[in-house]
Design a protein around this ligand. Structure first.
Ligand code: ZN
Length: 331
């Protein structure tokens, strides 16, 4: 670490002075508990009953519900408010080094390493805290993202036992704290200007047995609306059964192609190829009464308004993809 620090600016002095610093304990807001475990498992798609079913053989063998080892970091998270720790936690900010770098313009951050190690499983009811150490601040580096510093923190996690804190795991966390270069802010447009690349294709619609008639119609330049044969109710998006009379019997009606903008959104960001931005997407109410989502084309943001009259047109993309789009009815 020391070899490249000789020529560093004065403001790096206080940054270097923090390296090796140990910070006081950060407590968990809640003990290891079944609701958080269950929700975490649900979100992560983890199905091991050792974590969620106290009556399962897996949990019985352990004598308690246990938390997935990879949840370790979760127990001491601060929540939505930054640096908001439970009473009894250190008043110092274990991430103060990042603030010092931010003050010098290194405003962006990207996580680069997360190495978690475990001593044992955590049981329901255990209270966790961690101690952190600023392990390293590397020499200034320039990467594809920009110029900045690799900052490594090590957190040691403990369970509060009657006999004292018992170490249960450790997390090494490394981030790159950097000043973004202009080149790092690659939009699809600038990325293509810099590197000639094949134009991304449009995502084709997912076609199912229920929707095939609609896309077949589009290929023939027709906007088909599903119609219940029993009660004549129109429906879109297509489905197998009439929501009104529950009949499975249906045919189609060819829409006249005119409608009004029922609602719309203007997609500004992120800019996703191959779309042009701002990207106008309308919820169109057809004159027949059903609504569908479609891109609005050949008109500007200032021309779109709720109630605007529009008409369908069928446009071809990527060789064989036909899509219904809507333009001003007066075009
Ligand atoms: Zn019906």
């Amino acid at each position: 670490m020391g070899e490249n620090t000789a020529a560093e600016p004065d403001w790096m002095g206080p940054v270097r002075a923090l390296v090796g610093k140990e910070y006081g304990q950060v407590l968990s807001w809640d003990p290891v508990n079944a609701p958080m475990i269950r929700q975490w498992c649900e979100v992560m798609g983890v199905a091991n009953p050792a974590y969620t079913d106290p009556a399962s053989p897996q949990a019985m063998a352990r004598g308690a519900l246990v938390a997935p080892a990879t949840m370790l970091q979760v127990w001491c998270m601060e929540g939505l408010k930054t640096n908001h720790y439970p009473p009894g936690s250190t008043a110092e900010n274990p991430y103060e080094v990042l603030q010092l770098l931010e003050a010098q313009g290194f405003t962006s951050v990207v996580a680069v390493n997360s190495e978690l190690s475990f001593e044992r499983e955590l049981r329901e009811g255990e209270r966790i805290h961690y101690l952190s150490r600023l392990d390293a601040v590397g020499p200034q580096k320039t990467t594809g993202l920009g110029t900045g510093f690799f900052v490594t923190l090590v957190m040691r996690y403990f369970s509060q036992q009657p006999s004292g804190p018992e170490k249960v795991g450790e997390l090494l966390f490394r981030v790159f704290k950097f000043k973004p270069t202009t080149a790092a802010i690659l939009t699809p447009a600038t990325a293509h200007a810099a590197v000639p690349a094949p134009q991304p294709r449009r995502a084709a619609p997912g076609v199912s047995d229920d929707t095939r008639f609609f896309w077949d119609g589009v290929r023939q330049g027709k906007l088909l609306i599903q119609r219940c044969r029993a009660c004549a109710q129109l429906r879109h998006p297509p489905g197998p059964v009439c929501s009104s009379c529950h009949s499975f019997d249906w045919d189609t009606l060819t829409a006249c192609g005119f409608g009004t903008v029922y609602s719309f959104v203007v997609m500004h960001y992120p800019e996703v190829a191959p779309f042009e931005h701002p990207n106008l997407i309308g919820l169109i109410e057809l004159d027949e009464g059903t609504r569908l989502v479609a891109q609005l084309v050949r008109l500007g943001r200032e021309q779109v308004a709720i109630g605007q009259r529009v008409k369908v047109e069928f446009n071809r993309f990527d060789g064989d993809l036909m899509l219904p789009q809507f333009a001003l009815a007066s075009d």
